[in-house]
Design a binder for this molecule. Structure first.
Ligand code: PHE
Length: 338
């Protein structure tokens, strides 16, 4: 039994086999166990002799099984370590660095310019009330000018703001009618347009508002001239054309001079050498009064510009949808441009 068992243990090459061998010899129905059980039938003289031999065999088998178990466990561990090794000399995979979106960069550039002129940067809600988006901007219910801005309504009174102008009224209200206001407000705006190369149902605007004693149209012109030269270069000229907005009187649209181009790749400035980039004017007295300012004491100018359009013009981008489809080939082109 001993020889046979030790040979089998020697041969066993996994822990499961070893367990089977243990059961075969030492288990309840194992062969060594039945020898020990049969001892009762032996004579007085035979019993201690056989008993001693049987115990020695059991010890030997047990020891050998324990020893082999250790060996197999060690081998298993070695194999596991071997298969899980890391090659620390392999070069790492590069992590791509992101960068600010072109619209973010242009908005920050414009913010910096106006902060330098003493403006505060404000924010307002994109889900706006009918009151601030229209009424406080001198467009009561049923006013035909509401049609200029096709609107996403949420309820009768709630909508997605169609422009950043409501932040004019919010800021003036917050200032309480007693202090001068000098603020810009960048943000997203929404209009029910069909998307194409020059229209997006969601785009960005930057509002500007300056209210104080003795603010005049010439102040607006000087401010916008500074803006145009700073963003597009000192060789640019601006011109103001009369226009209409219900919340400014008089109202203007500003064009910026540009080099006329022709043919493929020419998407802006094809014709006159002027391109429209923003609307503005003197804050309507009714807008000042509704927001708590005495229009006999305070005057102000306001303007609203589109960073999408400004970025398109500055970098020769021919389709507004590029800003919102997030094609990395487009986005990464501008990570070093600014
Ligand atoms: N809110 C106007 C628009 O979206 C722009 C504007 C702002 C005009 C401020 C005048 C003064 O078209």
């Amino acid at each position: 039994i001993r020889k046979e068992a030790l040979a089998k243990i020697e041969e066993a090459n996994d822990l499961k086999k070893l367990q089977e061998i243990k059961v075969t010899y030492l288990g309840k129905k194992g062969s060594l166990t039945s020898v020990l059980r049969g001892m009762g039938k032996l004579s007085e003289e035979e019993r201690p002799v056989v008993g001693e031999i049987a115990n020695k065999v059991r010890e030997a088998i047990t020891e050998e099984i324990n020893h082999k178990t250790e060996l197999l466990e060690q081998a298993e561990l070695d194999a596991k370590l071997e298969s899980e090794t890391l090659d620390v000399t392999l070069p790492g995979r590069p992590v791509e660095a992101g960068g600010p979106h072109l619209l973010t960069s242009i908005i920050e550039e414009i913010e910096d310019l106006f902060i330098g002129m003493g403006y505060e940067v404000k924010e307002g809600p994109e889900v706006e009330t009918d009151y601030f988006n229209f009424e406080a901007m001198n467009m009561p219910k049923g006013h035909p000018a509401r049609d200029m801005q096709d609107t996403f309504y949420i309820t009768n009174e709630l909508l997605l703001r169609t422009h950043t102008s409501p932040v004019q009224a919010r800021t003036m209200q917050q200032y309480g009618g007693a202090k001068p206001v000098k603020m810009i407000c960048p943000g997203k705006v929404y209009r029910r347009d069909t998307d194409d190369a020059t229209h997006s149902h969601q785009f960005t605007q930057i509002e500007g508002l300056y209210v104080d004693k003795n603010v005049r149209l010439s102040d607006l012109k000087g401010t916008l001239d500074k803006f145009a030269k700073s963003i597009f270069g000192n060789d640019r000229e601006i011109r103001l054309r009369p226009s209409f907005f219900p919340f400014t009187e008089p109202s203007v649209e500003m064009d910026i001079s540009c080099k006329v181009c022709k043919g493929a790749g020419c998407s802006v400035c094809k014709h006159s050498g002027w391109i429209e980039i923003l609307g503005g004017g003197m804050v309507h007295p009714d807008v000042l009064e509704m927001a708590g300012y005495d229009s006999k004491v305070y005057t102000g100018f306001a303007f609203g510009m589109g960073p999408d359009r400004i970025a398109m013009l500055k970098y020769g981008i021919d389709d507004i949808r590029h800003f919102y489809t997030n094609d990395k080939r487009f986005l990464t082109q501008f990570h070093h441009a600014q």
